[in-house]
Design a protein around this ligand. Structure first.
Ligand code: VIB
Length: 235
């Protein structure tokens, strides 16, 4: 079994929870409230801007010029393709400049991007690719899974088409093959470390749907919702 087949297997229970998450089900059948999708698009734009920077870090960590070049092209693609899509979605969803000015990354978006930086900064190129890979691979699988769906909401249809196509499949398999070549030249300890990064990213992908579905907020102790009601009798 290849290294990536092994880590994909290990992550399977977490990935299944993503496939079955109400956010994904809601995109597939068109019932996802637009408020949750708008929240997702704003947090995902933040995520993508950092994703491109981590891809660039991975490019810099390679000792092979061809790999550096390819990863730099991937970073450019994240900026040009994914961010352009988000800008278009922002217009269609009525995301205003004021919305953008008031934007704060959610706990999950902040934690996920921090995990990517940590893997890339503290590790070698394989650590960075292992952390980045679930982003490609999970979205590719979701794109394929949702291919036959035609939600009444056009923006959900367009989202599905972005990840279901062959272009995206090629990028995904390029990274899968890259990680397998790296794993062949790695020690068991390094492979265990890469698996750990992959599993943590898989968990954060699941948390990202949940974050958007629940419109996650930072806990604010001054927020009355989070303040203990001292008049309440216990026991
Ligand atoms: C949370 C989150 N995870 C993954 C993706 C998908 N994605 C982002 S960058 C990239 C690489 C190629 O452009 C892919 C597949 C996303 N949008 N948001």
């Amino acid at each position: 079994m290849t290294f990536t087949a092994h880590i994909r297997n290990e992550a399977d229970p977490i990935w299944r929870k993503s496939f079955e998450h109400p956010f994904i089900k809601g995109i597939a059948n068109g019932t996802l409230p637009l408020r949750a999708f708008k929240y997702y698009v704003m947090q995902d734009s933040y995520y993508l801007s950092h994703f491109a920077r981590v891809q660039s870090l991975a490019a810099a960590k390679s000792h092979d010029p061809e790999t550096t070049n390819r990863l730099a092209i991937h970073a450019q693609g994240s900026y040009e393709a994914e961010m352009a899509l988000h800008q278009e979605f922002s217009g269609r969803l009525g995301i205003t400049l004021d919305d953008q000015r008031a934007f704060k990354p959610s706990p999950t978006a902040y934690a996920y991007t921090s995990h990517l930086y940590r893997a890339a900064y503290t590790g070698q190129i394989g650590d960075a690719i292992a952390a980045l890979l679930p982003c490609y691979w999970l979205y590719h699988e979701i794109g394929e899974l949702l291919q036959g769906c035609s939600p009444a909401e056009p923006i959900y249809q367009d989202w599905i088409h972005t990840y279901g196509g062959d272009d995206f499949k090629e990028l995904t398999y390029e990274q899968i093959n890259r990680l397998d070549r790296i794993a062949e030249q790695s020690t068991q300890t390094q492979r265990d470390q890469m698996k750990e990064h992959f599993l943590i990213s898989s968990q954060y992908e699941l948390n990202f749907w949940e974050m958007a579905y629940t419109l996650e907020k930072w806990n604010d102790l001054n927020d009355s919702q989070n303040t203990l009601d001292t008049s309440e009798k216990h026991g």
